[in-house]
Write a protein that binds this ligand. Structure first.
Ligand code: SF4
Length: 69
């Protein structure tokens, strides 16, 4: 799994941080998402997929990387 984020689409809702706090954080000043780990371990993949699904700005993209998808 490889995550990419588009900070221009992020509205700072913070849902991703609630769902997957090991992978996402928010900037202190404006709440825009920060990607902490673009290749998280397998146990975090379900939470990352949920975060991408619920993101109101569709700012989170999840791609596959070989067998690690
Ligand atoms: S859920 Fe989406 S819009 Fe909200 S902070 Fe995360 S990336 Fe930004």
């Amino acid at each position: 799994m490889k995550i990419t984020i588009d900070q221009d689409k992020c509205c700072g809702a913070g849902t991703c941080v609630l769902v997957a706090p090991d992978v996402f954080d928010q900037r202190d000043d404006d709440g825009i998402v920060i990607l902490l780990n673009e290749r998280p371990p397998a146990e975090l993949h379900p939470a990352v997929r949920e975060a991408a699904d619920v993101c109101p700005g569709a700012a989170i993209s999840v791609g596959s990387v070989g067998e690690d998808a």
